[in-house]
Design a protein around this ligand. Structure first.
Ligand code: C2E
Ligand code: MG
Ligand code: MG
Length: 563
């Protein structure tokens, strides 16, 4: 911010000295007395020459300029009362009387030591983060370059670690920035305390910390440090009476294995971090070369994802859900696919997570919901028995403020009976949005929309929310169905999930049913419905129409054996 001259004088950054025509001091301002230690009385009559550290030649040169009536400007060293020098920038101006003769000299000096201090502060600000007091990104990179040169000469190994705090942004959003800052500070000091003096912990900003570790003799050493760091962050943080649990991920790149220069190492540590984050909380991951290939693919996908909707590249496939008592198709699950012009049919497992990371998931989800509701309505109008449609709801969409409005609008537009719409959420979606989940779920229920839990048993499996949120159906995850009936644990889990559903009066659907054997186990435990390749793969709307026209149903044989 630019200061006005007046402000600068009042803040005292200028020294003002007025002398007579010969150079004897007549007046000094308070900055002068502060800087030099002279009182204004003591300084009276002292010669200008004695206030500066100048050689006789230098003094002579300045004096010649001044006595010729011209101003002089330049950097010179001032002298304090005790003789100590201070750097200053001086402007000396001859002041003339009415006859044009020099009557006074006015010297305005800027005490550069203050400016130097400011420069030092600015430098510190650039090099250190104010919240955590840790080196900034800039300093981290500077150090990395220096250390790399050293490591190169001495053939040493280095480890660069990127550490990110999961859900930090959410903590800040709910608890406020002040607490967020406190938490960062505490995290910073735990990190510093867990490393050696020679290591560097930096805070580039956001929820990320970067670590530079020296003296790594083998890969194992980096593992030890990563484990130690995760461990030290494990005990909860007490911040203003809040108990905060911190979950972190670490990505590691090693010099020289994973890169020779700073840029490559930093990029690879970042890639490793992303990979670690995908693996769940409190994990670390070393860089591997395949991460690069995946990063490229990811960027390519991200770029074309945005245009895919306008270009009409998404398709919805429908997978029938069959009632195990009647063998009839009672519903379908809408599963999105991306018909990529170059890459072919892309699985939602690959692009939904990408879309989730950006706002793109919202228009995409809206399109899926509208298309699926419209399709079911079309089948109803064509005279087929009423089907339900299950639409997967991504976490981000579920938490979106306009979800209810959007659902209302689509139901009105398509004219679909809300009882025919099942919204499917995963347990983790409900848990992630714990704060707003009850309200949103209640509003959906008020409209008559049904709710189903996907992948039941793989997540938190908190039974309390099933009742509290009036969930209508549970889906037994494929991973339990896959090894039926061979894996006894899976048999037990499946039986338990079905029993839970029956106790709570929920419908239970098994997904990923591929074989007759799996089907038999599920029937024996009185599972309500199944979905899977055994009956049908997910298919285009046209193919489903054909199936409905044929009146295809599951042949159940002699009926479920009773347990
Ligand atoms: P999900 O909701 O659990 O869907 C079931 C997945 O299992 C589908 O994979 C389906 O094609 C597959 N599947 C069905 N029967 C069998 C079987 O018998 N054996 C095996 N091995 N697999 C079977 P898909 O379509 O690739 O979808 C994967 C996941 O992507 C879904 O898991 C869901 O989480 C997500 N997804 C799919 N469509 C959407 C969508 O429209 N919106 C959102 N937000 N997510 C979607
Ligand atoms: Mg699903
Ligand atoms: Mg599932």
């Amino acid at each position: 911010m630019e200061q006005t001259g007046r402000e600068r004088v009042e803040q005292g950054s200028f020294i003002i000295v007025l002398t007579d025509a010969i150079g004897h001091v007549k007046y000094v301002n308070s900055t002068f007395t502060q800087v030099t230690g002279y009182t204004s009385e003591e300084i009276q009559g002292v010669h200008l020459r004695d206030l500066m550290e100048l050689s006789p030649e230098q003094y002579q040169a300045i004096w010649e300029v001044l006595t010729s009536g011209r101003p002089w400007e330049g950097e010179l060293s001032g002298k304090k009362k005790e003789g100590e020098p201070y750097p200053a920038f001086a402007s000396i101006l001859p002041i003339k009387d009415q006859e044009g003769a020099i009557s006074h000299f006015l010297m305005v000096k800027e005490d550069l030591s203050q400016r130097r201090r400011q420069e030092e502060t600015i430098r510190r600000l650039a090099y250190y983060d104010v919240i955590t007091n840790l080196p900034s990104w800039k300093l981290f990179k500077d150090r990395l370059n220096i250390v790399l040169a050293h490591a190169h000469r001495n053939q040493e190994m280095l480890a660069i670690m990127f550490l990110s705090l999961q859900e930090f942004k959410r903590t800040v959003d709910t608890l406020g920035h002040a607490l967020g800052d406190r938490l960062l500070k505490d995290v910073a000091s735990r990190l510093t305390s867990s490393l050696r003096e020679s290591d560097t912990v930096a805070y580039p900003g956001g929820d990320e910390f970067t670590l530079l570790l020296l003296g790594i003799a083998q890969v194992r050493d980096a593992v030890t440090v990563a484990q130690r760091v995760l461990k030290i962050l494990h005990p909860s943080f007490r911040v203003n009476g809040h108990e905060l649990q911190v979950k972190a991920n670490i990505g590691i790149a090693l010099y020289p294995n994973d890169g020779e220069d700073a840029q490559t190492l930093l990029r690879n540590a970042d890639l490793a971090l992303r990979q670690a984050a995908e693996q769940g909380p409190n994990t670390y991951q070393f860089y591997t070369p395949t991460m690069n290939a995946r990063a490229f693919e990811r960027i390519a996908l991200e770029n074309s994802l945005n245009r895919a909707l306008e270009r009409g590249e998404f398709r919805i496939y429908y997978q029938p859900q069959v009632d195990l008592h009647t063998g009839q198709i009672v519903g379908v699950e809408a599963l999105v696919r991306w018909q990529h012009p170059d890459l072919g049919l892309i699985s939602p497992m690959r692009f939904i997570p990408l879309a989730e990371e950006t706002d793109f998931i919202i228009p995409l989800s809206e399109w899926i919901l509208r298309t699926a509701c419209g399709q079911i309505k079309a089948w109803q109008e064509a005279g087929f028995p009423p089907l339900r449609v299950t639409v997967n709801l991504s976490a981000r969409h579920f938490m979106h403020k306009d979800l209810i409005k959007m659902t209302d609008k689509i139901l009105t537009e398509t004219g679909l009976d809300p009882h025919c719409l099942v919204l499917e959420l995963t347990e983790s979606t409900i848990m992630q949005s714990a704060g707003m989940a009850p309200k949103t779920l209640r509003k959906l229920k008020e409209r008559g929309v049904l709710l189903s839990i996907d992948d039941f048993g793989t997540g938190y499996s908190s039974l309390s929310y099933l009742k509290r949120f009036s969930i209508d159906a549970l889906k037994i995850d494929q991973s339990f169905v896959r090894d039926l009936p061979v894996d006894q644990d899976d048999v037990a889990i499946t039986a338990a999930i079905i029993a839970i559903a029956q106790t709570l009066n929920l419908k239970v659907i098994a997904e990923g049913v591929e074989t007759q054997e799996q089907l038999s186990v599920l029937r024996s435990y009185r599972c309500d419905e199944i979905q899977g390749y055994y009956f049908s793969r997910p298919m285009s709307a046209e193919a489903i129409t054909q199936l409905l026209q044929e009146g295809r149903r599951l042949t159940l044989g002699e009926g479920p054996p009773v347990k």
